[in-house]
Design a protein. Sequence first.
Lengths: 344, 90
Amino acid sequence: MERRIATRLGDGSFIELTRSEIEADLIAGSEFGAKRSKAAVLGDDEIAHLLDIFASEAKFSAVDLGDEVVLSFDGCGNADAGTPVSDVILYQNHHGADSVELWHHDYSYKAVKTVLSFETQAMKDAQMMVVAPLNYGAMPDLGRYSMPDGPIPNWSELLPLGRIDEARASQVEAGTHATRDMVHVAGAMLEAGADGLDFDTSGAAGDGDLLATLNAVRQIRAAWPDAGIEVGMAGECVLGMHGELEFEGRRLAGMWPKDQLVVATAAGATIFGPAVNVNTTKSVAWNVARACTIVKPCTAAATIPVHMNAGMGVGGVPMSAYPPTDATARASRALVDILKVDGL
Amino acid sequence: MARMQITRGMRLTQAKEYVAGKLGCSLRDLADPVAMHEIRGELGLGRIPVQDLTYPNEPGALEAKFHIADVLDVPINSVGCFRRRAGIDG
């Protein structure tokens, strides 16, 4: 009888699987990801390597010496240590962060615009005290511009009524507002000394959300040639809430990470962050194999650094407020070893 | 490496080779806290102050970023802002 190995589900809870069951999960996760994204399944050697990682009973797993990657932290400027500025110093000094980020608790460029002077003052103060690159981050958050939170007719209400043209027009109009807000905040933050901007969970509201972000990135790149710009995604496939939006002739709806990377690079991003969401009912091994399969064509084609989103419910890391180290370490190592990512 | 990725869009291998070349160290040194502690001190790139180790006579955060910009030959926005607002030439 095969020995049972402690591992976890995507919700973070412990389960016990045999080595054969873990291997079967790795193969199934890869096949599932390949079928949806039309990528190639992982090779036998890659599955074998992942099996060694996930069948180990060690508490922790890590990359080989020399294979270390850059660790960027979005949303690390909490107030856990008293103030957001204290937090970024804490992440730099004690958490080993290679780059840090200030952010507002209402993590949306639209919301930040209303408190921009306070946020830029915090950025200016923090830049005096931090050596590591310090970005400012928020979500493009296109949904905020729809009624009742914003001025634009709500496309999520229009679509079920069959008012397709109006729903599409609403998203385009909302996008112009979102782009303007993102560029406005970016300009103020760069004037305050920010090293770069992070557009986190881009595409969360679908293709209109991503288009607004790409348009903002293009304007920022044109105005500030040396600004760092990270485009991080909300999920593995861009939802077609509009369905017909294009960036430089490429239809955004239905894009998978490799094509997302292409448009982010074309817009002027310096870092791209693919995101693959976690299935909480499947094992971490299944989820990691699926994530690796979906993102592998992206890292293979990249000309800019790829920082895979790896945390709380993305990149194979369990969907938990306190992701367990054993699972986080395994997922992180797997993403580096298999995908050759430039950072996490 | 993070600066070269953020500002120049360098992929990891290229960024490691670039930074190691500028610092005059090996690739292994880049992730070695023992080696980097000495290198950062020698080049004025900023050390991390903790309870037992403080460096009042060495460059602080923004001061260190002036050196990082020079050593890595990369623009650092906060350094440029400081120069403009302090009226420092160069």
